[in-house]
Ligand binder design. Sequence first.
Ligand SMILES: [Zn+2]
Ligand SMILES: [Zn+2]
Length: 328
Amino acid sequence: MRAMTLEAPGEPLRAAEVPIREPGPEQVLLQVRACAVCRTDLHVVDGELPDPKLPLIPGHQIVGAVVRSGARVERFIVGERVGVPWLGFTDNSCHYCLTGRENLCDNARFTGYQLDGGYAEYAVADYRFCFPIPEGYSDLQAAPLLCAGLIGYRSLRMAGDAERLGLYGFGAAAHIIAQVARYQGRKVFAFTSPRDTEAQRFALELGAVWAGDSTQPPPEELDAAIIFAPVGALVPAALKVVAKGGAVVCAGIHMSAIPSFPYEILWGERSIRSVANLTRQDGEEFLALAPKVPVHTEIVPFPLEEANEALKALRGGEIQGAAVLVLA
Ligand SMILES: [Zn+2]
Ligand SMILES: [Zn+2]
């Protein structure tokens, strides 16, 4: 099969011919139809996350059709569309798994990082971590729901019942979560890098009540903020505009160092927290909710062989919505 592989962090992906793997007893073999590109893929490719599997097929927002199933697979039939997310395996036995927090599993393995992912014509995945794809979504439109949507949704839950919600960085996750937040009756304030008026206009189109420069205060105080951009300086910036009791939620897996800040901007029972990975329950909940909103994903398609170009465009902030690799 054709695949884009990472041989060494910091190098471009290489177009390669690799063997199609046979599914293990709990695995399904999928013909990949689409795989959305996530900022985490950039962190893996750039070497900002330690010890990836090498060589690696990146990609953890896979929409594919079941081709073959292992002997112990108890869900999904041949031909059915399934989604493969970032969480690819848990041990189901550590302290975290046993307390309903499998997203923090000590022995978790992640798709497109420690397990081969979807930048390829075929992929294998443990069926227990796959989701059915909601009807009514095309393959391309469904792909970004699987991480931008899922992790975004978990981050939104961590923002509690905040009515005035700030979103810092208006990329794939924010463009989905803005729609969900609005559906829930919240007011969305979108923060972008200075002068990114295109992203600001995009946010307003999706229902944000205000969009502006992340270095400027919004017109009113916020009840919570979610930071999707990997920029540590946004943490104190968000704390300064969050009301007493409000939360600043860091949604990314990697962030530049957070500059020191005076205690007084945290005082007043404000909190800072990170969001790590997802649970399968997050996935089931979000994929049931998305068609009700309904979440519409904005897609920028790339052929598989242009994965490097897609990553470059994401790095440069040129993608409005989500980049998606399209398989034939
Ligand atoms: Zn565990
Ligand atoms: Zn992701």
